[in-house]
Design a protein around this ligand. Sequence first.
Ligand code: TRP
Length: 382
Amino acid sequence: MEDGARKPKQDAANLDMIVTPWEVKGVIDYDRLIKDFGTQPIDEAILSRMKNLAGGLHFMLRRGFFFSHRDFDLILERCEKGAPWALYTGRGPSGQTTLGHVSPWIFTKYLQDVFNIDLYFQLTDDEKFLYQRELSLQDVEKLTYENALDVLAIGFDPKKTHLISDIRMSRDMRELSLEVAKRVTFSTVRAVFGFTNETNIGMIYHPAVQAAPCFLPSRIAKMDVPTLIPCAIDQDPYWRIARDVAPRMGYHKPSGVYCKFFPGLGEGGKMSSSEPETAIYTTDDPNVARRKVMNAYTGGRPTIEEQRRLGANPDVCTVFWSLYFLFEPDDEKIQDLRESCKAGEILCGECKTNLAEKVVTFLEEHQKRREQAKKIVESTFI
Ligand code: TRP
């Protein structure tokens, strides 16, 4: 197996950092994750190739929201040669979609637009049913529908976007997952995911189902169509399994481009759908979302007088990071904001109002597109 294929050991330095596909906790050290997982940093060489191909760099690349990869260069090489490839990403429908889920999708849409290619989007309703005791099959199927509306509302090209519900799995998906499953032992998934004797057997099979779409475009086209997976880095364990079996199945290894965790509105930690006060859902009433933003944790001082005198700290501010990673693509504006924050020239209330306006505008538009998506959603499932 590839580097980092074994579950990283906990030691004193990363005792409070837990990153698995099901749990993200503690202060995240992204350099450490690159080492532990055995992925590559996105370096200048990758950025300049991407810049040439796309005629500019997306702000999520410029600002290191997408910070790591596996074999992204092989995909860029295909772009340079005009060889086919496809995008693959997904979502586990355990609740309504948050801004944290939406942020990598916006980058994925950008890739679809720039390269004009197909996207395969997997909804792992099977996994969420198996993992979350309280969710019934009916619940997850409903959430698959709800999340699918969000995917389409992002504006992916419906003619080039193929949604996969694992529960409704196609024959191709079924056969691919069987081919994967036959080549992966319990001992491997136990080491990679930390499964135990108490893990239900559905979960043990699931890595084969999440690996299957890596090969689906090739299987459908009956030719080499390798995949690039834009996702948060916690999904990498799945791709290690997929990359391990790929050559034995006669396919290219999937490539990945990995983002950081989008911050929640509370002190520290990622935006989590199980923490409604510090997460913004795409289905939130815009006024509710505004209130959440106005209550966000900032890097401000206890009093106005102190803030004017000493300045505030954008580095720990959830409002600043929400703007930096998602809502303020203009580099000059974000730089000005950082400086005036540090200099005490701008107060937190003003900044929160600015973010709240952007969030409200986003939600109003997204919710309209979400309604329109109802007409086409069924036809985008394969
Ligand atoms: N397991 C992922 C989740 O819980 C869902 C998923 C399936 C996914 N395939 C993917 C995420 C591909 C990113 C890329 O969210």
